[in-house]
Design a protein around this ligand. Structure first.
Ligand code: CP
Length: 308
């Protein structure tokens, strides 16, 4: 059993809970690769996937995870709903809950919305990404992938490169990795680094070569091109030269270091195509592990037992 009732973020989640989720995800990974990839873990449970923001990987893998657990998934997207008639989030959730649901998976552009839901909903709430705050299942699948590839977590050096300031993925990874004894370095242009890095208690640098030299894991983040007009970096060309991972910079990394990216990827911006597709890239392994990780989170929070 987990100590948490909802998964709102990895900040404050204890090591035992994170390890329980990772171990359960490993079991589901084996089940998914076996002859019968479906379990009865959430039979009879209804899970509503409330996506107020676009998603490919997270939305599809949650739905697939729910189906693999024999739950009943209901998909809600803003377009085509009564949100377009002005219905509030609270009214939307209360009306859906009146139809008797057990769990809500929510993605929203505003930080804190999953926590807000827990104030008036009886359902278990899972954060699928809220604003710039957290994306906990992404970090869990990232950490699962690192353990799978490197065979260890404690003491592993991770360099997270790019738009840290706006990245909920970076924030969840920092909280989770620190709890597990991993060493995180955040790297990017000073305008895209957190303004109070001491609050995260991790190293920061604007020098990519310094960040990747000792890294066992180099995680690139999507450059949020939609923010370019705010003037946070001079040009995409300059960003690519300084922070884009290409073959030349890859050659400076440790020989067994792996390359990660949560997606969606801007090819030829933060990562060159030949690096995204190279043998050291585990980007598609991350996507595969997303299903097992989300099965673990859903089943551990949706049931009263640890059995898969
Ligand atoms: N990594 C991630 O959250 O991707 P999506 O936005 O496609 O879900």
């Amino acid at each position: 059993m987990l100590k948490i009732r909802h998964l709102l973020g990895l900040r404050g989640v204890c090591k035992e809970d994170i390890e329980k989720i990772l171990d359960t995800a490993d079991k589901f990974y084996d089940i998914l690769n076996g002859e019968n990839p479906v379990t009865d873990s959430l039979k009879g449970k209804t899970v509503v996937n409330l996506f107020y923001e676009n998603s490919t990987r997270t939305r599809i893998s949650f739905e697939l995870a729910e189906k693999r657990l024999s739950a009943n998934p209901l998909n809600f997207s803003v377009s085509g709903s009564s949100v377009s008639k002005g219905e509030s989030l609270k009214d939307t959730v209360e009306n859906i809950e009146a139809m008797k649901i057990d769990m809500v998976v929510i993605r929203h552009s505003a930080s804190g919305v999953p926590g807000f839901l827990t104030e008036f909903s009886n359902a278990v709430v899972i954060n699928a990404g809220d604003g710039f705050n957290e994306h906990p299942t992404q970090a869990l699948l990232d950490i699962m992938t690192i353990r799978q590839k490197l065979g260890r977590l404690k003491g592993v050096n991770v360099a997270i490169i790019g738009d840290i300031l706006h990245s909920r993925v970076a924030r969840s990874n920092v909280w989770g990795m620190k709890t597990l004894g991993m060493n995180v370095t955040l790297c990017g242009p000073s305008t895209l680094l957190p303004q109070q890095p001491e609050l995260l208690e991790v190293k920061t640098t604007t020098n990519l070569r310094e960040a990747i030299a000792d890294a066992d894991v180099v995680m690139l983040l999507r450059l949020q091109l939609e923010r370019q007009d705010v003037g946070l970096f001079p040009s995409v060309r300059e960003y690519r030269q300084l922070y884009g991972l290409d073959n030349e910079k890859l050659s400076l990394m440790k020989k067994d270091a792996i390359v990660m990216h949560p997606g969606p990827v801007n090819r030829s911006v933060e990562i060159a195509s030949e690096v995204a597709d190279c043998a050291r890239s585990v980007i598609l392994n991350q996507v595969t592990n997303g299903v097992a990780t989300r099965m673990a989170v859903l089943s551990l929070l949706g049931r009263k037992s640890d059995e898969v």
